[in-house]
Design a protein around this ligand. Sequence first.
Ligand code: CNA
Length: 339
Amino acid sequence: MISNPPTKTSNLGYQVLADRITNGQITRIVVLTGAGISTSAGIPDFRTPGTGLYDKLAPLNLPYPEAIFSISYFTHTPEPFYAIARARHPGNLKPTISHAFLALLAKKNLLHFLFTQNIDGLEEDAGVPVDKLLWTHGNWKSQHCHKCHAEYPDDLMKNAIRAGEVPYCLKTECGAAVKPDVVFFGQSLPAEFEDRQKMAAEADLMLVMGTSLKVAPCSQLPRLVKEGVPRILINMEGAGDMGNRGQDLCILGTCDNGVRELADALGWRDELETLWKDAVDAKGDIKELEDGPTLDECIAKIASTMNDKMKISNGHKRMLENHLSSKFAQMMAKPPAQS
Ligand code: CNA
């Protein structure tokens, strides 16, 4: 399971790195995570062919799959986002052992900083202190009107997500769609990112987990790590420039297997499993939303609605075209007005 991509080299084995951690040579670990650490919790990533959200959205005939998370599209068509929101809401999901590994790093005072591109908040559920992490793309914990930025109550938001309906701003003079405080394509990252990214250069080890490194600017963080500092990628596939430096180690496979093997090398396996079990138990009793339709069911439902809408608008378009062409024909048939 542990290997380097064939075209890339590594002069460090994971046991060497594990030893450097346990003997105190490595003390500042900076981590970048992506959707791949949460897929085993039940949240599909974006880009994995077949299982990723972008492939699953095909029946919606969106102009392009990312449109569902694009602010310019959401402004006029927020319905698809809310149609699938319930199935993607992390309320009832439990942290994975990969999240627990991050909490263990923090517990051992080794986590210098965690940049997560995920919006599910499962790092905090696992026990990562919030002052050690930045949700670079926001999260589901709060929501505002996307236009006038007025706050919107949590209970009404939950009702909207439960019903799969768009919540609208309560200010009568506004009435625009409310959006959870997640960063959509076309929106800026939290101001804190600018300041925090320098922490990558302070790392004496960088760990990159479960990300395709295709979304900027987070994709650039591993490049900010100083030359000569080891970087570990744990991912199903190669990503970005990981593996190109002599000190890189690529562990190709699932994040959960990768952290288990790292924990074995570190002698932390039992502690990791216990911490994970406690985090799962702690979340076990909290149900923010009762179980609802699956993602595929949500997509099938909105697909038929959208297709119906399209039929109406296609019909409308045809009607207008017929109307205009008959008007044009009448105009052309009319003799010019006599002066
Ligand atoms: P991505 O582009 O979909 O890439 C995910 C990567 O993880 C791919 O390289 C996969 O091969 C890999 N992967 C998938 N499952 C596993 C696994 N079990 N173990 C190891 N690797 C795996 O997603 P990125 O995170 O790179 O892109 C950033 C986007 C995705 C951000 O805007 C996120 O908000 C967004 N996102 C977040 C979530 C979430 O909060 N859980 C889910 C889906 C997408």
